[in-house]
Design a protein around this ligand. Structure first.
Ligand code: NAP
Length: 296
């Protein structure tokens, strides 16, 4: 099948394109002129210039595709790239283009924690509205909502590892009790491809997490241990971090933490422990087994 993938130049996209290839699909990637090409290097993908915020670019990208897997989204707002514009409108635009081009199958990558309209969490809210446009599209759709992802180029674990490497005292934001169920990005790519191929996923919204739930502080402890460091930890109240994160967002091109991520730290990010086994028939890899990639 010819599959149009958005977000192919991002973290998950690199795994997904390879997974689709390994299953014999042809892949067309929606790319912006500014998209970094590294993820797609050496792969014989078809490139479709486009941007989800520019509807006119999407119809041509969809023509001839048998399916769309929509990963493109932003976790940090910058200038005109806002959550409503990219995550919500961008999804609406793509759904409309897919329908217009006669594509029947649409797989949407959402996020764990998206459970309903919740304007207090603007990122999650924008993804909920994205989900709604997919559900209302009349397309044969599937929505996956994974927890935070890990893998060699991830942001979450690598960001914590960077802090732990540099700082003698490690800040633990908030109580440290918020629970996560980190899941391998490569395995989520496998789930996306399976969801695309198997009819039983049509109309389903599936929450995904790894095989264990760890608190934020337990993840920090695992990283300290993996790096072979000895570190003191200091709990910092979330309100004290708010001005720091606000400043980082304005001063740094790649802030380690965004206001929305800080806000989401007060909510558990967990799914059913056996969700992947139940839906996809394999046991996902625990973070502890793969985390060696941070020792670089
Ligand atoms: N990473 C996680 O832990 C995690 C967890 C759960 C769910 N998810 C979801 O998984 C998806 C992929 O996440 P990721 O971590 O791979 O994100 P990422 O590394 O930040 O990649 C984002 C991708 O979206 C593309 N994009 C952004 N704005 C666009 C636009 N206006 N038009 C077209 N493409 C655009 C980017 O293209 P450029 O290369 O041109 O910038 C890039 O390819 C997202 O929907 C995210 O919400 C991620």
């Amino acid at each position: 099948m010819l599959v149009l993938v958005t977000g192919s130049t991002g973290f998950v996209g690199g795994y997904l394109v390879r997974e689709l290839f390994s299953r014999g699909h042809q892949v067309r990637c929606l790319v912006r002129p500014t998209s970094p090409p590294e993820n797609l290097k050496g792969l014989s993908v078809e490139l479709a210039p486009g941007d989800v915020t520019l509807p006119a670019t999407l119809t041509e990208a969809c023509i001839g595709a048998g399916a769309v897997i929509h990963l493109a989204a932003i976790i940090r707002e910058k200038g005109r790239a806002t959550f409503p514009r990219v995550n919500t409108e961008g999804t609406r635009n793509l759904v409309a283009a897919a329908r217009g081009a006669g594509v029947r199958r649409f797989v949407y990558m959402s996020n764990l924690g998206v459970t309903g309209p919740d304007p207090g969490y603007s990122f999650l809210h924008s993804k909920w509205l994205g989900e709604e446009s997919v559900r209302e599209s009349g397309l044969d759709h599937t929505i996956l909502r994974p927890s935070v992802l890990f893998g060699a180029e991830d942001r979450f674990v690598n960001m914590l590892a960077d802090i732990i490497r540099r700082a003698p005292v490690v800040p633990v934001i908030g109580s440290g009790n918020t629970r996560f169920q980190l899941i391998s990005a490569a395995e989520v790519a496998r789930c996306l491809a399976t969801a695309l191929e198997e009819g039983r996923f049509i109309g389903q919204t599936v929450e995904l997490g790894g095989p264990e739930q760890r608190s934020y502080e337990e993840i920090i402890d695992l990283i300290i241990h993996t790096l072979g460091k000895r570190r003191l930890k200091l709990h910092i109240l979330v309100p004290l971090m708010q001005p720091v994160v606000w400043l980082m967002e304005r001063l740094l091109t790649q802030p380690p933490l965004t206001s929305q991520q800080l806000k989401m730290l007060d909510r558990d990010n967990i799914a059913k422990l056996d969700a992947v086994e139940e839906w996809f028939g394999f046991r996902p890899t625990p973070l502890g087994q793969e985390i060696g990639y941070i020792r670089r």
